[in-house]
Design a protein around this ligand. Structure first.
Ligand code: AMP
Ligand code: FE
Ligand code: FE
Ligand code: ZN
Length: 296
């Protein structure tokens, strides 16, 4: 049983339509796929139909952009982006939709600011990016990357990310400040009947290095707020973090998942089904959800 709980379509920054993503899932031998576009539920009805066509299961999800506020032992405030997967929330929950729509709006302002910074050094302006922004899609840096490729500055998205945003936070980076606080987002997802699971926690370059202290208190705060689990098996989660997360999950009886974070064959190297979630863990997610139903 191949269960992949994290994939993107062109409703956000994936390169393929929802129909194509499900076609590819079928080809990859995936039995159950969650569509988790960034900050939107627009793809869900299309996914429900596409999953029926392909004869595979569909789990509705969202990858919610959040911002963590964490104090270090010396009292310094650190802010950083955290992606929070929300499985099976009520798509008609007003507060959730309002928060998502605010995020999407501020994503555009932030992307324009990023393009302005890049435009100072490269031949690039907003009109180059616009053609890679589909109507109704959630805007993100991959569209800027596509525009850079189109302009001939680089040959693919990966190259752009490696050169332009090598450490995630660089001179061409602008954070999205119009997104919910991480702990607040956990509470909101629960209020909407959803199941919050951190996407690619402590991902490469974003978490502590080998030997450094893990942010235990921050994780305990998220768990106290209702965090359901961690996406442990993901190509961006380093091995030392995976081990620590598994121990933490065992201690607090949390869910652990594995997923691809597919963005299209041509969008990112991640391949559908490259990491999977056990049926037991999917059952636990479904058992906790009260917002909407999975189509299995
Ligand atoms: P944003 O949401 O605007 O901050 O952009 C982040 C998105 O960029 C992530 O959700 C990934 O989908 C995408 N991304 C990050 N690194 C790469 C990469 N190396 N190649 C292609 N896409 C990437
Ligand atoms: Fe993405
Ligand atoms: Fe993510
Ligand atoms: Zn993702």
């Amino acid at each position: 049983m191949k269960i992949d709980l994290h994939a993107h379509s062109n409703c956000s920054d994936g390169k393929e339509s929802v129909e194509e993503v499900f076609r590819q899932a079928k080809l990859a031998g995936v039995d159950v796929l969650a569509l988790t576009d960034h900050d939107t539920t627009h793809g869900w009805p299309l996914a429900a139909a596409a999953a029926s066509v392909e004869g595979i299961g569909f789990v509705p999800g969202i990858e919610v952009t959040t911002r963590a506020h964490v104090y270090s032992p010396t009292g310094e405030l650190h802010k950083f982006g955290v992606h929070m997967l929300a499985y099976l929330p009520d798509p008609n929950h007003e507060e959730l939709q309002r928060v998502l729509s605010d995020s999407v709006t501020s994503r555009e302002l932030r992307l324009r600011a990023i393009v302005e910074k890049i435009g100072a050094d490269y031949d690039l302006d907003w009109s180059d990016v616009e053609m890679f922004l589909a109507d109704g899609a959630t805007f993100g840096r991959p569209a800027v990357a596509d525009a850079m490729v189109h302009r001939g500055h680089f040959s693919n998205r990966d190259e752009v990310f490696a050169e332009v945003w090598p450490n995630g936070i660089d001179r061409y980076y602008v954070p999205n400040r119009g997104v919910p606080d991480t702990v607040e987002s956990i509470r909101l997802i629960r209020r909407a009947g959803g199941v919050p699971i951190i996407a690619h926690p402590l991902s490469r370059g974003k978490g502590p290095e080998v030997g450094e202290a893990m942010p235990r208190e921050h994780f305990e705060e998220m768990i106290a707020a209702g965090l359901a689990g961690f996406e442990v098996d993901h190509r961006d989660v380093p091995e030392h973090a995976q081990k620590w997360l598994r121990e933490m999950a065992a201690q607090f009886d949390l869910i652990v998942t594995g997923s691809s974070d597919y963005h299209g064959l041509d969008g990112k190297q991640n391949r559908l089904g490259e990491n999977t979630t056990t049926p037991e863990m999917l059952e636990r997610i479904i058992a906790q959800a009260t917002g909407t139903k999975a189509q299995l």
